[in-house]
Design a protein around this ligand. Structure first.
Ligand code: KIV
Ligand code: NA
Length: 279
């Protein structure tokens, strides 16, 4: 398969072919995404929770992101790779943001970066794209700003709110973003924003009217212990956690019962060498 570029994604949008994006946080999760033939892999700062066991994304550092991006990049060949700028790595100034973006490209080997924020981030997006690093913007529900938003709430549910989401999406597009993630906005609003933009929208909890979709890989593959409450927009396509649990339980039982390892799992020794050793 040919390498996916920003040009590929623009062409997909132009011909109405949905863009498929999934997160990955390490070599293994990137390898399986590449094999599945998705268009883009996002190394989301959601790795804070899914890979590092943190409560939210606030704790994850740029150094953490560099390590995980590099691990993902070792497994990806044709997919387009995007590294998430973590909280604290881009808000202070456009220069700080550009320096952080360069680290995700150089050390993290990413093709593009993502950052959260709308119109207020336009000068920052301009600075990064001017340096030749593609930027995926992220508007609507922006989890890094959860405390300012009053929690994980749907955005753009009022006429005024919808206008703000549209204004943010237009501003980041005009600042040079090659695409916009729309998170947790009503489907009608996301579809209207998508119609008004020239660049692709990637929805998460934003309905089918977007140019593409993104989901967190551990959510959609079911790689989490039972009892966790998933957001409404997640569709769980697998039970990876359950598969791993059952495999490890069988292994535990077979070791306890001396079923494993069997003869086929052991290395033989020539008979005469063994006799010599035993003498
Ligand atoms: O961090 C992440 O995984 C994300 C996606 C859910 C868009 O930002
Ligand atoms: Na994120």
């Amino acid at each position: 398969r040919r390498k996916v570029t920003v040009g590929t994604l623009a062409a997909q949008r132009a011909r109405g072919e949905p863009i498929v994006m999934v997160t990955a946080h390490d070599f293994a999760s990137a390898h399986v995404a590449e094999r599945a033939g998705v268009d883009c892999v996002l190394v989301g700062d959601s790795l804070a929770m899914v890979a590092l066991g943190m409560d939210d994304t606030a704790e994850v550092t740029l150094a953490d992101m560099e390590l995980h991006c590099r691990s993902v990049a070792r497994a990806t060949r044709s997919v387009f790779t995007i590294g998430d700028l973590p909280m604290g790595s881009y808000e202070i100034s456009p220069a700080q943001a550009l320096a952080s973006a360069i680290r995700l490209v150089k050390a993290g080997r990413m093709s593009a970066v993502k950052l959260e924020g709308g119109a207020a981030l336009a000068p920052t997006i301009r600075a990064i794209t001017t340096a030749g690093i593609p930027v995926l913007a992220h508007v609507g529900l922006t989890p890094q700003r959860q405390h300012a938003l009053g929690g994980f709430r749907v955005q753009g549910k009022t006429a005024q709110g919808a206008r703000a989401v549209l204004a943010d999406a237009l501003a980041v597009q005009d600042a040079g973003a090659f695409g916009v993630v729309l998170e947790a906005v009503p489907a009608e609003v996301a579809a209207a924003v998508t119609r008004k933009l020239r660049v692709p929208t990637i929805g998460i909890g934003a309905g089918a009217g977007c140019s593409g979709q993104v989901l967190v890989q551990v959510d959609m593959t079911g790689n989490f212990p039972p009892g966790r409450k998933l957001p409404k927009f997640v569709k769980q396509y697998g039970d990876v956690w359950g598969e791993a649990l059952r495999a490890i339980e069988r292994y535990r039982d077979e070791v306890k019962e001396r079923v494993y390892p069997g003869k086929e799992h052991t290395y033989p020794m020539p008979e005469e060498e063994w006799r010599e050793f035993e003498r």
